[in-house]
Design a protein around this ligand. Structure first.
Ligand code: F6R
Length: 609
């Protein structure tokens, strides 16, 4: 995780620009932050435990002229978050400094070797060894780039590196299994873990691949492989706007992103619908629909919950047997795949280490991988056999919201498409299912308008409890899991999601007046069963909050609070139902005064195992 940035430029104040870039990367980690600037007197380094704003405050009165600088915001892996462990790290003489994202797995043996050669270490991090290795390799002669090549060939693990030295206005970079993207400016160049870091200065980018290193100066960008052979790289234009990467008047990114869901769904679904016939058009899949015998979905966290809903879609709409696995579990099992298994890897960031590991394992077993991803050019999209992009725009808040609803929308369309292609769905039914999802955005907007205040009150109420239970059945069971995940990750209230029918097999023992239960009780073929589960909770004095659609006075009677969800087709309820649950979590966390966008211990892209 961690966010890194480097800038070579003779425009503006580089210290302020690096801080600005770091703020846009802070979703990747926020344990500590640091900056290094090259000056005529040598390297100036400042680093500090805490958030980027604390570093900014410390540097407020620093006036310094510099044309090359790097910055880092950290999510600690090796070594506790404190000042010495913060990046940038330097060699013994303070002439080389670098920022690193990833884990150097063989750092202990490298460190031992360097210690024997007389190197002194100031931190407990794995990253610092790279600065000392460079110092050592430079003694062997040759250019800085050659020395970097010799260093990266010795490193095991994952790394995105940006290196600065005291002699040149230049940045040296290298990448293996951690993201790195170069931004091409006008007489200035940038490099960062993610595009929003430099989006206010350029949208022309070059994605750095695994096994590549390079050099950035004011006027040039050269990329090589680790053996020193030059690579020809094509720049791409990114059509994300800066407004998408800013709060735009909302108190938090999470609240903004919750409100962007109607548009994000339209942007994801719209280009894949043939309007005259309301039929689905799909990009090429790695297996033709009739050759797919089964589907295996691999993902983590919220994306895994999207996969659980996807299972219903593929089995019920397309009649294709589907399994869903946690990527972190799949990669260490001995799974059975056949050449007719379509593997779907779902990831917002496209950089989740476990999902990348699972994707590689699936491919090594002969599986054909389709990525469902939100970030253009990310690792998962490059390693998959084919990609379907969600068009949610940049998701900055650590808690995933609009990525989830766009993933669900895309899986729904894919299931409708497969159903049609394998002859399970007729054209008329396809048109009905498509028109359902096309009308979803306006219903979401209506719900937000009409129910937001009530949801806010419920969120504030829930913040008084230490635990909460989320129950749903069938398509809404994964939504109960996701609702509970949202609450726990940002409000730190312990929450469990459960299939409502499982209550009586154990968890019902927990029920009393101190445990509120959120029931997802929108229209479905199992609604009567859900109502019976409510009775079981009520008769044990449990407090009930219901998500309801249509007129059900008997459910309202059982409920202490009700949120009204507009009526949609049964398969679309998961997409709309999660939105009030995201808002409950948001309002609870905000009321408790937590840092909603950057919850403790978390980071947006989990690029470590
Ligand atoms: C929860 C959340 C995480 C991610 C998970 C996978 O709000 O954001 O659970 O869903 O880390 O991330 P991606 O989808 O980027 O692979």
């Amino acid at each position: 995780m961690c966010g890194i940035i480097g800038i070579v430029s003779d425009k503006g104040n580089l210290k302020d620009r690096v801080i600005e870039g770091l703020k846009r990367l802070e979703y990747r980690g926020y344990d500590s932050a640091g900056i290094a600037l090259r000056t005529e007197e040598g390297l100036l380094i400042r680093k500090k435990k805490g958030k980027v704003s604390q570093l900014e405050e410390e540097l407020r009165n620093l006036r310094i002229s510099s044309r090359a600088a790097v910055g880092h915001t950290r999510w600690a892996t090796h070594g506790e978050p404190n000042d010495p462990n913060s990046h940038p790290h330097t060699d013994c003489r303070g002439e080389i400094t670098l920022v690193h994202n990833g884990i150097i797995e063989n750092y202990l043996e490298l460190k031992e070797d360097l210690r024997r050669k007389g190197h002194r270490f100031r931190s407990q991090t794995d990253s610092e060894v790279v600065a000392h290795l460079l110092e050592e390799e430079l003694k062997e002669g040759g250019s800085f780039m050659e020395a970097l090549g010799r260093v990266v060939r010795r490193l095991e693990g994952s790394f995105a590196l940006v290196v600065l030295n005291s002699r040149e206005d230049a940045l040296y970079i290298a990448r293996q299994d951690s993201p790195l993207v170069v931004g091409l400016g006008d007489g200035e160049n940038f490099v960062a873990s993610d595009i929003p870091a430099f989006l206010s200065w350029t949208n022309r980018v070059v994605f750095i691949e695994n096994g590549e290193m390079g050099k950035l100066t004011l006027s040039s960008v050269e990329i090589y492989d680790f053996q020193g052979r030059k690579r020809d790289k094509k720049p791409q234009i990114i059509n994300w706007s800066l407004a998408q990467a800013e709060k735009g008047g909302y108190k938090h990114f999470m609240l903004k992103e919750i409100h962007e869901q109607a548009k994000a769904i339209s942007d994801t679904v719209g280009p894949r619908i043939e309007r005259d016939s309301n039929s689905v058009v799909m990009e090429d899949l790695p297996l033709s629909p009739r050759k797919i015998k089964d589907i295996l979905i691999l993902a983590c966290g919220t994306s895994y919950h999207a996969g659980l809903v996807g299972k219903f879609y593929f089995e019920e709409l397309a009649g294709i047997k589907t399994d869903v696995d946690y990527a972190s579990e799949f990669r260490y099992r001995k799974p059975v795949l056949s050449p007719s298994t379509l593997v779907i890897a779902i990831s917002q960031s496209g950089e989740t280490a476990d999902t990348i590991g699972a994707l590689r394992k699936a491919r090594s077993l002969g599986g054909k991988v389709l990525a469902v991803c939100n970030v253009v050019g990310s690792s998962i999209t490059r390693e998959a056999d084919a990609v379907l992009y969600t068009h949610a725009g940049p998701e900055i808040s650590v808690a995933s919201t609009k990525a989830f609803t766009t993933q669900l929308s895309l899986l729904y369309l894919l299931a409708v498409y497969l159903g049609r292609e394998v002859g399970k769905i007729e054209r008329k039914e396809e048109a009905r299912l498509v028109s359902g999802i096309l009308s979803l955005p306006s219903r979401i907007e209506r719900m937000l308008r009409e129910e937001k205040e009530r949801i806010r009150e419920i969120g504030v109420d829930i913040s008084a409890y230490t635990d909460a239970l989320y129950l749903g059945r069938h398509l809404n069971y994964p939504i109960a899991l996701e609702g509970a995940l949202k609450l726990k990750e940002i409000s730190y209230i312990h929450a469990e999601g459960y299939p409502a029918g499982e209550m009586k097999h154990g968890p019902i023992a927990l029920i009393d007046e101190n445990l509120p239960t959120v029931f997802i009780a929108t229209e479905s073929k199992v609604l009567d069963k859900v109502r019976s589960n409510m009775e079981e909770i009520k008769s044990r004095r449990g407090k009930i909050i219901s998500l309801l659609s249509g007129e059900h006075p008997e459910i309202e009677e059982l409920s202490d609070a009700v949120i009204k969800v507009p009526e949609v087709d049964e398969y679309l309820f998961p997409i709309i139902n999660i939105i009030p649950l995201q808002l409950i979590a948001y309002y609870a966390a905000d009321f408790l005064g937590h840092d909603v966008d950057q919850p403790r211990n978390l980071a947006k892209s989990v690029t470590v195992e």
